[in-house]
Design a protein around this ligand. Sequence first.
Ligand code: TRP
Length: 444
Amino acid sequence: MSQREATSHPIERGNWSSVLGFTLAAIGSAIGLGNVWRFPYITGKYGGGAFVLVYIGCVLAVGIPIMLAEFLIGRKTQRNCVGAFQKLRPGSPWVVTGWLGVITGFVILSYYSVVGGWVLHYAFLSLKNSFTDRPPEEVSAMFSGLLGSPFLQIFWHTIFMLLTIIIVARGIYGGIERGNKIMMPALFLLLCGLLVYALQSDGAKAGLDFLLSPRWDQMSPTGVLEALGQAFFSLSLGMGAMITYGSYLRGEANLFRSSFYVAIGDTLIAILAGFVIFPLVFTFNLEPSAGPGLIFQTLPVAFSQLPAGGLVALAFFSLLTFAALTSAISLLEVVVAYFIDEKRWGRTKTAWLIGGIIFLCGIPSAVWGYFLGLMDQIATNYLLPIGALLIAIFTGWVLTHSERRSEFESGEIRALPYLSWSFLIRFVSPVAVAIIFIYKLGIF
Ligand code: TRP
């Protein structure tokens, strides 16, 4: 029996079947609404290619180091995000970092599921071919119709949450890994199909230009900070989601490599989503910086006028459903893992009970748009940056050099990557996160 097995928690926690299964699940957590909805729109706002370059810089210098830190803490402790800090520094206040993660997962999932419900509603509208040959005003009005109907929103929020609970209740291998192994390739294939379609549209050149040509005059300090914040949300960092996923890994996986795969996959999908969205937006002279309404209001207008637009819409919203679901399960798993590990509850009971409570807490977000926005602000502007900062400081300054190094090196890593990572996690990541946090508080 290896040392890792001997020290593992006696309760049956579950494991990934392979490093590939783990990496795919982490990619599934990362790729979500943040990629398909938010990334394309802020890229348009902050100078296209200029933003893409700054974003990639943030992912490399801050995103990957913190992701790797989360993976390593999870694998080393084999525990949920509260238990992980307890095990590494028993009795110290660092356990608060874990608590913060559980609370953040709870808060984000409550409204993420409402937005996931909008996506399901639009997938359903596409299935009924509701956009085709309708006038643009009528198509955009469908979104305000949805927002104005608490019944519809709660209905789809219920369905989305049920799907999330069912997958999580089935466990790490049988539910989460298998769900990702089905949904992620499906997402990728749908995206490739849509890409071929969009790149043949009349607006292809204008769309790609808008997204890629660097307009440095539109890049500002605010743009840099937006890029960093986007990197955290998109890579699922700052609340222990990656600690939790890492804790179901055993043995010697090269996590340095996995964190690169997740970052590359996540960034690639964000850029490709832009390659699908903007050509269609430009084909019909729609407003590329429409913001939150871009995929629910603007894009359906394009679908209503495109040849085979009903089918394209269905492909698009199915893709988005998969992206949102594979992220939502990682959010629920953070909270569920805590109760399984620390309270010894069974997985099925925990998933249904906790999922049910989060569902109830999401109802205010479904009936009251302001509340949804407020929860999102609290989570992304406060909870996630604080969590990321604490994780970076803990890994870089509280763990000893040899604790960090021994976990890093379990997976055939040589000195150079370790030294670069160690430098980034100690000096660059905490400073960068502190700056966005202070900035977002409005002190500058
Ligand atoms: N990364 C997901 C997205 O892009 C959202 C998400 C899932 C998330 N799990 C998370 C964000 C954990 C922060 C922390 O939509």
